[in-house]
Design a protein around this ligand. Structure first.
Ligand code: ZN
Length: 239
């Protein structure tokens, strides 16, 4: 078995119509008002921020997005005999799973937009259900278990990554024989350092990204072509 780790960032989902929100040049970072909607302290302190945040979730591009050729190519690689694929993703859109990757093989570093959690009792439920309550007129739906403030199950600015997910990602990076960083600028920690960890532990590092990354020099191969065509081709030729 060849263990292939795929670290995916916003660039993988742009062909699915999902813009880069979170990256260094993402929409949120460029718009301080929008960034407040996804910053934990502002969110917890201000019901108006939460009301606007629910409206933003309601109209998110995620709900109409379909997996694209890159998502499908990753799932296809996983089905190929002799290949074990693990996805470590910075995306919260769930498109790898919709594209055919089994849930248990996808690590979501920044959580998922498809679920909500309670900030008090940590009960988890579906985003769809919460958004139905918003549609029905609740501006800021509270936890049905304890009445606490609900938030998207994504990692907001000011929140820590789940240490268990991060630990698993580190272990995969260390164990992988091939590590492909795709559609990520490799500038956000700790996701970026995973590429370095993989290379330090002997993985073949491949970078697929339109822009240069800090890890290009350590990479065995750097691909600048559009992800939707370049990644399927690269994975097909992977031996
Ligand atoms: Zn609760």
């Amino acid at each position: 078995m060849t263990l292939v780790a795929i670290l995916s960032g916003a660039g993988v989902s742009t062909d699915s119509g999902i813009p880069d929100y979170r990256g260094p040049n993402g929409l949120w970072r460029k718009d301080p008002e929008a960034e407040k909607l996804v910053t934990y302290d502002y969110y917890m302190a201000d019901p108006e921020i939460r009301r606007r945040s629910w409206q933003m979730r309601r109209t998110s591009a995620t709900w109409s997005a379909e997996p694209n050729a890159a998502h499908r190519a990753v799932a296809e690689l996983d089905r190929r005999p002799g290949m074990a694929v693990r996805v470590i993703t910075q995306n919260v859109d769930g498109l790898h799973q919709l594209g055919g990757m089994p849930e248990r093989k996808v690590l979501e570093l920044h959580g998922t937009a498809r679920a909500v959690t309670c900030t008090r009792c940590h009960a988890r439920s579906s985003m769809r259900e919460a958004l139905e309550r918003v549609e029905a007129g609740e501006a800021d739906p509270a936890c049905l278990v304890c009445g606490g403030i609900l938030k998207s199950a994504t990692v907001m600015f000011g929140e820590r990554l789940d240490p268990e997910v991060l630990g698993q990602a580190m272990a995969i990076a260390k164990a992988s024989e091939v590590f492909i960083a795709v559609g990520t600028t490799l500038q956000v920690q700790p996701a970026a350092s995973l590429a370095g960890i993989a290379a330090d532990h002997g993985a073949r590092l491949i970078v697929v990204n339109a822009e240069p990354t800090p890890y290009d020099e350590q990479a065995e191969q750097v691909v600048r072509e559009p992800i939707g065509s370049a990644l399927p081709e690269l994975l097909k030729e992977l031996a």
